[in-house]
Design a protein around this ligand. Sequence first.
Ligand SMILES: [Zn+2]
Length: 322
Amino acid sequence: MYKPVKLLPAYKDYLWGGTKLGTQYGKQSEKDIIAESWELSIHEDGQSSIASGSYSGYTLEAYIKEVGVGCLGLKAKCFGNKLPILIKFIDAKDTLSIQVHPDNAYARANEGDSGKTEMWVILEHEPGACLYVGVNQMVTKEELRTAIQRGEIDTVLRKLPVHKGDVFFIPAGKIHAIGKGIVICEIQQCSNITYRLYDFDRLDVNGNKRSLHLQKALDVADVEPGILNTDPELTLSTTSEAVIQLLRSCRYFNTYRYRVDSTVRFCSSQESFIALICLDGKAELRGTSGTLNFQKGETIFIPAQDDAFTVTGHCEFLAVTL
Ligand SMILES: [Zn+2]
């Protein structure tokens, strides 16, 4: 029988990052800045590893190889029996580049990686913090190119204020940027392909501007505004003990949010593993194979099998499945 395990993230110190993941989410890195912690990842650019139990010290990829791909669940077969998602915390002290990601077809043909559809849950923000999602009007690719070349791309983008708990779903092709002063949890396809349209003329630590990818960005950019909804998709259950909501489901992942005030029960199945990401508070996870305590900022991998769990404590966590 599989046991749930805690994960240790890989860290990224990109130039727009802050220190909140260290001071408020318990992350320990040698780097002063933690822009991102890759909590659940087998991507070659940053692997998470096992932090509890007898596989402690294994990379997540080595652990999956050792215990068998069955731990990912039956749904992983649709993704070549590989972990198809990546989950991160992101601390944007400064605004990220205005960017877009390709879909699977474009990414496979041009980059040898997967496409990237992503979703964000807003964990906290400074007063008045905003982000960009999609265009604010129908534009042609030529109009988009002109706006970028004039340094006026923000005039054609939809700028939105954020609230704690907001949910943003960003399909491949939607132009976006996380604004300064926002901490999010991101659930995305396992991919590291980003096309930058504009980087605010910033310089990196070596005094160089980061490269832009204008043509590729224009190739994949969605030029229709579309509809945006920042509410959860569905509230599944509300009791005095817990509120359970489905935030978003798509072909790559389902993300649920649990707000727990005493005890909540849930089951795992052979269909998919569950990634449990604690956003706030602390609690105890109890299953057939034992207990694990967890707190804000920690991530647990629950392997795919038929099992029943209780979480007891005061906490908020995401449960992500395939
Ligand atoms: Zn992105």
